[in-house]
Structures are given as structure tokens and as C-alpha cells.
Design a protein around this ligand. Structure first.
Ligand SMILES: *Cc1c(COP(=O)(O)O)cnc(C)c1O
Length: 366
């Protein structure tokens, strides 16, 4: 009962259509990684992202790994990523025996600072992974221009930004490849799941090959190289197909929730509240996790917890964590990590829940 009362940070929004598709899959007995929902989900999600090819995989982390492997990135190579991200971005690079090179965040929109990338490019650099953090897109023109100048791949980590837009174009369509996650707390979910989307047909073919143990299409059990089992199941894809139908409604709801939080908190900025979730003029943010910045972040989290409202602190910068520790200084990322907090952001959240959370925050800060 206590759990039922708690307002969670994120909650999947599932309905009858997901259930119907699952029943359809079970009745068909195609519950594994063959079946019509997989290609349907790949087709429809890549189309939604305004991109030609979709390669569905078992989660967002392996989506990143599969892309890097398919690009031939390996030992001795460097890949530029923001320090402030979820660790999966860095780990995918490490799985390839390549080295993640960190960049500071931009103070205005919290993603990788595109002006600070150039100084990190070396003759070992092969790719840049911009991460559309908490639903806000990166400054993509600057990043892709730089990548063109130096002959680098751009891999968008769009795990937190399904449907977000940069200058009217969808995330996932802006670089060489876009990687998505469909984990339970993401904008749309398949339980666990992921997808790589790209217009590069050759790269998509390579990803499909490596996703399935690099097994030859016309010569069973002939494996040209070491591949992986990174396949998505038909059961997962069946949920994904149903979720995708509702994505525009989910985004609209996320934006309404964000707007309600912002309106309720806006006048506190400059006092105890440092800032609220930004949206740059060139961006359509999907507010995966609506977030605010404040000095007393940890105290606020405790107050909210007592009122049964769940929150999350921002990620630790990668250069603070044991596997990636170094002595670089990334002042913006370090500061954001210290003062940033995610508030409940589920699409199933009621207006009255948002209002209550706003009220508790206002009282805590007064
Ligand atoms: C969730 C997430 C991932 C990993 O996705 P999984 O499906 O959980 O493996 C990668 N990058 C970012 C930025 C994420 O938020």
C-alpha cells in the first residue's frame, strides 16, 4: 500500500493495445527473435525518426556497442563523449577496447558543450557521441560540421530523447547513426530493448550481421567474424509497436507536465532555485526527466522522499567514477551533477500530483 502511494520518478504507460499484441505473439508461438513485429517495429520507428533503416536490439547499451563495432572502432581509437551522461555511453566505448575522451557540459542546455570538442580531437579520434541529455537535443550543426572537417562518425545517444527535435529535425536522424533505448523508464518502452537508426544502408547491413553472430544469410553456420547475440524478441517488438502509436501523445503530456512544473517554480529562480529545465530556441525538448538545479538538492530530495515523492540526483560525471577517473576539471558538468535533480515525470502523472510536488518544493525552499 505504501508503495502504491509513492509517486515514482518514471512509470511505463501500458494499455490494452500492448496486451493485445502480446496475446497475438503468444498465440502465434513466435515469441523469440523471429516474427513480424520486429521488422514492423524497425520500419515504423525508423520512419518516425525520419531515417531509412532500423536495427532493433536487446537494449540501448548494446545498440551503442553494435554501432561502434560495425564502424570498426577498436584498440587505440578514441571516441569523444560528454562527461555528464549515463555510464552506458562510456562503457560501450570501453567494450571495444577504445578510449572514451570526455568533454564538459554546456551551462545553458546541459548537453556536451560543442565549443569544447575541437580541443579533444586527436589523430586517434574516430567518433563523437553527443548525448541528448534528459530529453534536450545537443547543438548538432556545430558537432556534425566538426565531424565532417575531421572525418569522424557522429553517433547520437538518443536513449533519453525519442521524438526530440533539433531545428525541426528528429533526434536520431542528425548524425551517422542514432541509438535508442526502450528500457522501462524511457519515453517508449519494450521492457528492455534498443534500436540503431541510420540512412547508411551498408552500416545497417553490418549491424544486422553482427547482431546475429555474424552468421551468413545463405550459408548457415558460416560466421565471417565474431558477432553477438544482440537480437530483440518479437514479444518486445510487439509492445514497441503499440507504444509507438502513442508516442506523440506521450511527448505532448511530457511537455505539459514540464510546463506545469516550470510555471509553478519559475518565480523562485535566482533565490534557492538556480534554474529549471531549459529549452533552447532551436530545440524541442521531450523532458524525459523534468529536472531543476538547486544548491540544497540533497535536502530537497529528503523532504520529497518523506512526502513519498521519488527523485533522482543527476548522473556523476564519468571522470569522477572509478573506471574512468582522471584529473581533468569539467566545471559545468561537476556543478550540474551536484545541483541537478530529476522530478517525477511519468506520462501517467496527474496534474494534481504535479501541483502537489510543486507545493512541497515551494514550502521546502521558503
Ligand atoms: C538508458 C540509457 C542508455 C542505455 O540504455 P539501456 O537500454 O538501459 O541499456 C544509454 N545511454 C543513455 C544516455 C541512457 O539514458
Amino acid at each position: 500500500l505504501e508503495d502504491a502511494k509513492m509517486i515514482p520518478i518514471a512509470e511505463p504507460n501500458l494499455g490494452e493495445e500492448e496486451l493485445e499484441n502480446i496475446i497475438d505473439v503468444v498465440k502465434s508461438s513466435w515469441i523469440s527473435s523471429k516474427g513480424r513485429y520486429i521488422s514492423k517495429f524497425e520500419r515504423e520507428f525508423s520512419k518516425y525518426c525520419e531515417v531509412k533503416q532500423g536495427v532493433a536490439v536487446s537494449n540501448g547499451t548494446v545498440a551503442l556497442h553494435l554501432v561502434l563495432k560495425s564502424m570498426g572502432i577498436g584498440k587505440g581509437d578514441e571516441v569523444i563523449i560528454p562527461s555528464l551522461t549515463f555510464i552506458a555511453t562510456a562503457n560501450a566505448v570501453s567494450y571495444c577496447n577504445a578510449k572514451p575522451i570526455f568533454v564538459d557540459s554546456h551551462p545553458d542546455y546541459w548537453c556536451m558543450d560543442s565549443e569544447k570538442i575541437k580541443e579533444k580531437i586527436s589523430d586517434k579520434t574516430r567518433a563523437i557521441i553527443p548525448v541528448h541529455l534528459y530529453g534536450h537535443p545537443c547543438d548538432m550543426d556545430t558537432i556534425t560540421d566538426l565531424a565532417d572537417d575531421y572525418g569522424l562518425y557522429v553517433i547520437e545517444d538518443a536513449a533519453e530523447a525519442h521524438g526530440a527535435e533539433y531545428k525541426g529535425r528528429k533526434t536520431g536522424s542528425l548524425g551517422t547513426v542514432g541509438c535508442f533505448s526502450f528500457y522501462g523508464n524511457k519515453l517508449i518502452t519494450t521492457g528492455e530493448g534498443g534500436m540503431c537508426v541510420t540512412n547508411d544502408e551498408e552500416l545497417a547491413d553490418r549491424m544486422r550481421l553482427l547482431r546475429d553472430h555474424a552468421m551468413s544469410d545463405d550459408n548457415t553456420y558460416w560466421h565471417s567474424t565474431i558477432g553477438f547475440n544482440y537480437r530483440m524478441t518479437n514479444l518486445q517488438a510487439a509492445i514497441g509497436v503499440a507504444q509507438l502509436k502513442k508516442i506523440d501523445g506521450f511527448i505532448e503530456r511530457k511537455r505539459k507536465i514540464a510546463n506545469r512544473y516550470s510555471k509553478g517554480l519559475n518565480d523562485l529562480i535566482g533565490g534557492d532555485l538556480i534554474d529549471i529545465h531549459p529549452e533552447m530556441s532551436w530545440a524541442k525538448c521531450v523532458y524525459w526527466m523534468y529536472s531543476i538545479l538547486l544548491e540544497e538538492r540533497d535536502n530537497l530530495a529528503k523532504v520529497l522522499e518523506k512526502k513519498e515523492i521519488d527523485t533522482r540526483p543527476f548522473f556523476y560525471p564519468m571522470h569522477y567514477l572509478p573506471p574512468y577517473k582522471n584529473n581533468e576539471k569539467f566545471h559545468v558538468a561537476e556543478r550540474l551533477s551536484k545541483v541537478g535533480i530529476n522530478l517525477p515525470s511519468s506520462t501517467v502523472l496527474k496534474n494534481k500530483d504535479v501541483d502537489r510536488i510543486v507545493q512541497v518544493i515551494r514550502e521546502a525552499l521558503s
